[in-house]
Design a protein around this ligand. Sequence first.
Ligand code: COA
Length: 332
Amino acid sequence: MSKITAAITAVGAYVPDYKLTNKELEGLVDTNDEWITTRTGIKERRILKDPEKATSYMAIKAAKDVLAKRKLDPAEIDMIIVATATPDMSVAATAAHVATEIGAVNAFGYDLAAACSSFLYGMSTAASYVQSGRYTKVLVIGADKMSSIVDYTDRTTCIIFGDGAGAALFEPNDEGLGLQDEYLRSDGVGRNFLRIEAGGSLHPTTQQTIENKQHFIKQDGRTVFKYAVSSMAGACEKVMERNNLTNNDVDWLVAHQANKRIIDATANRMRLKDESKVLINIEKYGNTTSATIPLVLNDFEKKFKKGDTLVFASFGGGFTWGSVYLKWAYNS
Ligand code: COA
């Protein structure tokens, strides 16, 4: 009997209409288009302007996109993972709300929080459930309303982040396609360098924490950058090495879009000489945290052929990072 593998069988996405350009940011903080473009590769990001709408609004849209593309009855979905750093609320799982809103009446769901690695970790979780034979249709949604935690007077963060959502459906595959291997790691040293200080159990929200702006995301960009390059590149090398993959075997690098220079450095370490294999859409969306990877999948879906080798890479707060090796399962 052949082993069950877990393959991606459909992807979908949603980004808000509003474009926050580098030009507009020039009016908010002391920065300029040239600095942002050369240091990060970002030209614009999408912002969910409506204060009544939260992460779930985008997650629901992305999920419905997947259902429509796969022509799937939502009642068939077994499980929904919402990978996010910006859940609608604490305690009440965003995934439960999303499941109900899309009509996934037979599903259970929960949120997965591993900062920018949430979607990659969610892929691992979804694939494990499918491979176990316990569930057959697992939806992983990466969604973040980063504008809800960004300080638009802080030029070291507000130029980077944007809002968006993407989703991927995992189903069993009997041709050996889908997730092949993964290398996932974390290191708690990271919480000193990338975090929201207040609002959690360590520093519950007070008048003081708000006045100190401790409810916004803060980072030591230079340190995060160094860790990101060495960790992401190291994880990709590890996955390639233990699966005997050479640079020529890799068809596509699907990396978390935090900074174009981090992605380029990772591609260099993997010796991916052909730039067209390195998928980049950071110029349009910035860093959408949990949504970057599924947004890349959705934007470049038409390029992927059945059997293609995809290497995924991510790095995020915590620190959390890793790499996944996956064989694409369909032609679109
Ligand atoms: N516009 C103009 N100048 C800016 C700026 C901005 N938006 N932000 C910082 N600067 C200035 C700094 O003050 C500094 O000035 P100084 O040399 O006079 O002190 C100079 O630019 C260089 O700052 P530095 O922080 O070294 O820049 P950098 O090349 O590291 O780029 C980041 C900054 C944030 C873009 C980069 O460090 C990065 O991408 N880090 C990783 C971020 C990340 O991935 N976070 C999410 C986790 S996945």
